[in-house]
Structure formats: C-alpha cells, structure tokens
Design a protein around this ligand. Structure first.
Ligand SMILES: [Zn+2]
Ligand SMILES: [Zn+2]
Length: 442
C-alpha cells in the first residue's frame, strides 16, 4: 500500500515537471518571436501596401492622405504628419497629386548604399562651452608657519615654492638657547621623577600615592609643551633617554601642504612674530575659469562641468561661482575640486567644458543634417524607400547630436548621411524647388 502511494507521488511529480518545462518552453519561444520579428523581416507599417508612394503619386489611382499644412507629406493610409503632428486628411482628388515628392530608392539599393535610418529622439541636452581653467590654491587653506622659540635656523629643508611637504616631515633645524634651557629644566624634572619613583616604589604601591600621581601628570604636561613646539616625539624621547639637552632641534611640519612662500633663510635669527613660510593645503584646489561675455551669459552656478587633467583624466563637477563682475572684458568662474591624489598642480592649466542651459531636446545625429544656403535639410524617410527633403530649424550641437528646434517631431525617421540620396536622384536645388512648388490639393 505504502509503495503504491510513493509511486503515485513520484508520477505526479514527473507530470508537474513536464508541464512546467513545456510551459517555460512556450513562454520563451513566444518572447523570441515578439522580439526578433520586427528587425528580421522589416514588418511594414500597418495599413501600407507594397506599392511605393512614388507610384501612388504618379498614378493617382489609390486614395491618399495628405497633411493640410505640409502637402509633401502624403501616404496611402491615415496617420499623422511627422512635421507638425496633425492628422492627415484624405484627398478628395488623388489624381491631382500626380507628381513625385522626394526620392524613391528600391530596397535592394538601400541595402547596397548602406542607408541608415535614425529617429528623432528626446534627450537631455546642454550647450557645451569649451574653455580653459587655471588651477590655483584654495585661498581658505593657506596657513603660515611660525617658530615657537627664538633661535637661529641651522638647516632649512624648505627650498622652493611648490615643494610638497608631508605632515611630520622635518622642515628646519633650530639652535635656540631658550629651548636648550627649557630642555635642561625638563630633564631635571625627569631625574627627580626617576629618583622619587625609586624611593617610594620601595615602600608602597605607586598608583595609590597622590604625590607620585601629581608628579607624573605634571611631567606629562611639560612633555606635551615640547610637542606643541613642533618637536617630534622622537626628539623628546632621545632627550629623556640620554638625559642630555639637544642643541640643534629638528622642527616638524604640523600640516601637509605645498609651499607658496618662503621668508626664512638658513642662518637667519627667527622669532615667533615672523612668518617663516606659507603653506597651502592642496588636497582641495580651485580651478579659475575664464569666460567671454557671450559665454558667461549662458552659464550659471550649478552647471555641470567636465575638467580634463593634463594626464587625460576627466573630472565631473559643478560650477561653484560665476563672478558677476567682468575684468578686461572677461568673466571669472570657479569650481572647487578634491585633489587628494594631488593630480592637479596649482599653476597648471586644464581643459574645461561647461554643460550650460541643460534642457530636454529633440535631437538627430549631426551627420543626418545637410547645411545649405537655404537652411538645414534632413532626408525624411517615409517608408519603403521613399525619402523626402525637409527643412528643419536646428539648435545647439552637443557631441554627435544636433538639436531639432522645429520641422520634425519625435519618432520621425531620417536618413543618416542622407546627402548622397539627394545627389543620387536629383540635385539639391531640384529637391528644394520641388518642396516649394505650388500644389493643388483639395
Ligand atoms: Zn504637417
Ligand atoms: Zn504635391
């Protein structure tokens, strides 16, 4: 009995699995046909017949639909105009339209000529303003280095403006009688501590002795004073270990930075009131951007900016500041950049592209637009090898794209590199004339 039940369950499992596989198989093949058919077989536009529009226009046998505003837009089925979006209206007198609009090329030739179609599409677009910028030190990060004691600089490790200084690096060595006196006083303290600890340590635990704790705390404070004089812990330890004052003391950099100014020389007597050096923190830098008035009129704070560094890296950032005042007919704008990897050297120039006036725009590939004396033309594809020159108004260009301000709607298909289509079938002038010819549409 139990065996029969087990066999029954197994059989049921196989049936479910088989059903699952079949259903998956069906689903996959259905998706395949959905996605591959349109590209593989060039499905005709619904409602169109195989006869070309060229033939329709010539023969005038079939019914045609025409845009009331753009009579060159005609087809053998209802639809909307790719130029203005209006519904096409049926012509009451198709025979009147017995001339050709545009160019017709058979499918084989289209393939042979490599005619490529591209749709007018909507995309974010901006005006690209190309200029240059000067990497400068962020003025807020400048700091001055002073000595904490009077003395003579015996050795100077800061030699040139632009030199990179690491935090903790020895920047100079000083001979200071004051500092030697302070060391000697500190050392007397250290000696007293050692003697006290030795004496008291023999009679009671040190941690519970208030006198010892006071002594240790005071010593710690004195030690910290030396460290605040930019004397490294190594020098303090050396002094404690040897019980000898150091005559020429090494002074360390309190912060990292780049040297922007040097006021001290080796052998100088220096005092705390004088600035020895000025350093700048270049982990952040400014890029000062120069704009001409016509460029400045188009940019504003917050515009996206691409900076190209001398080593070819691109940094994306935003415009921080546009100076409202011009100087020598030039306007200054600024971005702040993180420079933790120190790729940007203050004083160097960088290429700057400002992406101004960002907006949603209709665009076409630049290569699809033909510039003529009468304006810009594109070769509109009307399907089945029928092409029509159409005047468009173009806007800004960005990369490979050009904005279509007027003349075509989103989704209209044009020939990329359409120039030769015009050349092949008719001269540009003929085509333009044909566009402008008077019509007797009813
Ligand atoms: Zn129209
Ligand atoms: Zn016509």
């Amino acid at each position: 009995m139990a065996k029969k039940i087990a066999a029954g369950i197994t059989l049921l499992g196989i049936v479910i699995l088989a059903w699952y596989l079949i259903s998956q198989r069906i689903a996959i093949s259905w998706i395949d046909t959905q996605t591959t058919t349109p590209t593989a077989t060039q499905t005709p536009i619904p409602g169109t017949k195989t006869s070309s529009l060229f033939e329709i226009g010539k023969a005038g046998k079939e019914q045609i639909w025409i845009c009331p505003m753009h009579p060159e837009i005609m087809q053998n089925h209802p639809g909307t105009c790719p130029i203005c979006g209006m519904d096409l209206v049926q012509s009451k007198n198709p025979a009147a339209h017995n001339h050709d609009h545009g160019v017709h090329i058979d499918t084989a030739s289209i393939q042979k000529l490599g005619v490529r179609l591209e749709s007018v599409k909507k995309t974010p677009l901006s005006q690209e303003i190309r200029t240059y910028g000067n990497v400068i030190v962020d003025g807020d990060t400048l700091y001055n280095v002073h000595t904490k004691v009077d003395g003579w600089i015996k050795k100077l490790n800061i030699n040139s403006v632009g030199q990179q200084i690491r935090k903790g690096q020895i920047i100079y060595e000083i001979y200071s009688p004051d500092l030697i006196a302070q060391q000697k006083e500190y050392l007397r303290f250290v000696v007293r501590r050692d003697q006290t600890l030795k004496t008291i340590g023999d009679i009671s635990p040190l941690v519970e002795n208030p006198y010892v704790m006071d002594l240790l705390q005071e010593l710690s404070r004195e030690r910290t004073k030396f460290l605040h004089k930019d004397i490294g812990i190594e020098s303090v330890q050396q002094m404690e270990d040897s019980k000898q004052a150091i005559e020429v003391v090494k002074i360390l950099a309190g912060q990292a930075g780049v040297v922007t100014q040097i006021n001290a020389r080796e052998g100088n007597f220096v005092t705390p009131s004088a600035t020895l050096f000025t350093l700048a923190d270049v982990s952040k830098v400014w890029v000062d951007i120069t704009l001409y008035p016509d460029q400045a009129g188009r940019v504003q704070n917050g515009d996206a900016v691409t900076i190209k560094t001398p080593d070819g890296q691109e940094i994306k950032t935003k415009l921080d500041f546009v100076n409202p005042l011009a100087e020598n007919n030039k306007i200054n704008a600024r971005v702040t950049l993180n420079n933790t990897h120190l790729r940007l050297r203050p004083g160097s120039f960088v290429d700057v592209t400002i992406h101004a006036q960002p907006h949603e725009a209709l665009v076409l590939p630049r290569s699809s637009v033909i510039h003529t004396g009468q304006g810009d033309l594109v070769i509109l594809s009307r399907g089945e090898g029928h092409f029509l020159p159409v005047n468009i108004e173009t806007g800004i260009e960005s990369g490979d794209w050009i904005e279509v301000v007027d003349g075509l709607l989103e989704g209209a298909e044009v020939a990329v590199n359409g120039q030769f289509l015009l050349d092949a079938a008719s001269s540009l002038q003929d085509a333009a004339q044909r566009m402008q010819e008077s019509h007797k549409h009813q």
